[in-house]
Design a protein around this ligand. Sequence first.
Ligand code: 26W
Length: 809
Amino acid sequence: MDLRNGIGLRPLGNTPAEFEQDLLSNLYYRRGTTVESASAQDAYETLALTVRDRLAARRARTSAAQYAANPRWVYYLSAEFLFGRQLSQNLLYSNTGEVAAAALKAFGLAPGEVEELDVEPGLGNGGLGRLAACLLDAMATLDIPAVGYGIRYDFGIFKQAFADGAQVEKPDAWAFQGNPWEFPAPDDRQTVFFYGHTTRDSDGNTTWIPGEIVLGEPSHMLVPGYGTDTVNIVRLWSARGSESSFDLSRFSAGQYAEAVQEAVRAENISKVLYPDDSTELGRELRLKQQYFLVSCSLRDIIRRFRLRNAAWSEFAGKTAIQLNDTHPTLAIPELMRLLVDEEGLSWDEAWEITQRTFAYTCHTLLPEALETWPVALFERLLPRHLEIIYAINEGLLGEVRSRFPDDLDRVRRMSLIQEEPERRVRMANLAVTGTTAVNGVAELHSKLLAETTLRDFAELWPAKFRNVTNGVSPRRFVRLANPSLADLITSSLGDGGWINDLDRLEDLAPLADDPAFLSRWREIKRANKVRLGLGDPDSLTDVMVKRFHEYKRQQLKLLHVITQYHRIKNNPGGSYVPRTVLFAGKAAPAYHAAKSIIRLINAVARVVDEDAAVAPYLKIVFPPNYNVTLGELIIPAADLSEQISLAGKEASGTGNMKLALNGAITIGTLDGANIEIRDRVGADNFFLFGLDTPGATALRAAGYNPRAYYERDDELRAALDAIASGAFGGVGQEVADSLLNRDEYLTLADYRAYVDCQSEVDEAWQDQDRWTRASILNTARTGFFSADRTVRDYISTIWHVDPVHVPHP
Ligand code: 26W
């Protein structure tokens, strides 16, 4: 019997009887318990294993087909992956939702009871991490041979709670109960070096003598495609001490801590995700994490390459490695080290292969988010890589000098090494230099990258610079998050094919004039609000969900809330559109200005809530611990999507796409992907306000004085004075101060336009048919923002890979 290639496998049936049989055998044989004594956790793990088996069967056939095809692979290197819960996804992708629900019923369990136990691997901060997960989902759905590589942090993004309205962070031991969705693969361990020094032999060959050796142990999770048999994987590395890291002699001498010190040091590398999403803190452990990720992943990629290929000249042709921001940029000098020091290739051969293999996606415009690392730290931690970076720099500056002779400033700006005030390695410069393509994540962002942040490089290598506008998984953020809307779309379009062909949503547009369809649409939105249960379902649900950052301007939304509060207080007899304003999001623990805004929002919410005169018209809710799972609950319930960042600051945004696809109308600035959303849904179906990027730049250049806006706008002054006077529980003064004296993100300059635009929103809401038509057109016209289109763009502009068809059994 041919057992290879998953052929000899007994197919796992999906009849209720067969599924129940497998559940029972997994309960007995893999959980080692019985129905009588099974806990809810047992039921959850057993169900997970039973569903996982069905995807693993596809995985077997996928890896067989991909092995046979010996294709060109995409490897997605990311320090963050924000997967979200796996159970509901895998039930849908394995088409076992019904049999599972029936079987659970037989066990006397309600599906929700088990769903609650499903973990959310919070291995990311926000946009960048979630995009990585959406792109992996799309690559599998498009049958692209791809592997994601990341770090299996023991502690993910912190759990957020509020104490007296202030954010408090709790550690997130996401896998404390275990994670049924992963396959540990200790047999694929890799060895990683740190510290030490380099030596050169008489032939000039360099050897790195490490000062510390750590093991990287992978465990992979399945990444199923939807509506196809492809199941790819994502490999997550955990750091381990070497076999000899336990010092028995110290232990027997009673020095217990010292005995395990080396192992603890090693394990610390993958202990916790850094919770910063825009400011680099330059911690040594973070650089160790980044090198750990790239060293393990490159060795694993080379191991896979060698399974079917031999010549290094083939490597770049078979391997497209995408660097998700600068965090994995060390992969460039690491591949050079492996090719030159270990494989004996010449520098030029190695450099040619390296540049052709890598591509870099930049996700930010904020100068403080562009990583630079002290040369002194490199000298200690990665001495060989520093040598290689110096050599790469020589090549770069040689090219710059020949192209732009006597332009010393340009040389200084482009150098991989910042000289003043401290010698630091510029990771973005290295990423651009060592890759074949550089892309931004929305048209405006890519344009600004080439015109400002990376202008010098765009002038040197214009062909390298591309744009690939972000996208989101319609499977998770429409089909799974909003099943009743998905059912309505399927029944309206005749079949469910639109989920993998999102441009077909366009066919909904004519239904925007069908009264029956309009009322069905409204019912679904209302039911999603009831499901969320955070405010009057008949109120306008105004949603701002994203990480807290001053450039995203949650403070501007709050000024509008306070203004509305004052309007109602000052004119209790007036007619007002009832609103539920929902904030959600985390702030980096060290980001005090953002945490002050959170505290003030909760203080304002309490005052408004306790004010009987205002409460019928205005409610502020702030559910704690915003994550993918909460997003899936909030997004389908939104009427208004707040995308109000200062123009030129939000690289793209992806929440804006998820909200528009679920029928929320955007109020926003001409920033990031808002522009492309507005271009597609039409100006009538988008509430635009505020400065655009040139306007913001001009205002700053002209010398921006926030106090002038305060002085000439009564409502603005009243709002800021209220905060400053402690009217909201005595908190928020520092927020008012910074707005009046600094206001780096021109909040006060955009205040009036924003508040007036919100009046237009109230106006529009009062014509429910007009509103619902615009809501339907937002869904109908945002199919472009499918992650499938994004992946197709990466393939046509950067990766140039072909799908591998996986035969259906
Ligand atoms: C060094 C600390 C650090 C950590 C993470 C700096 C920067 C980051 C990320 C790049 C921040 C991030 O998540 N950026 C967001 O990426 C999304 C996906 O492309 C975009 O949609 C958002 O606009 C962008 O803010």
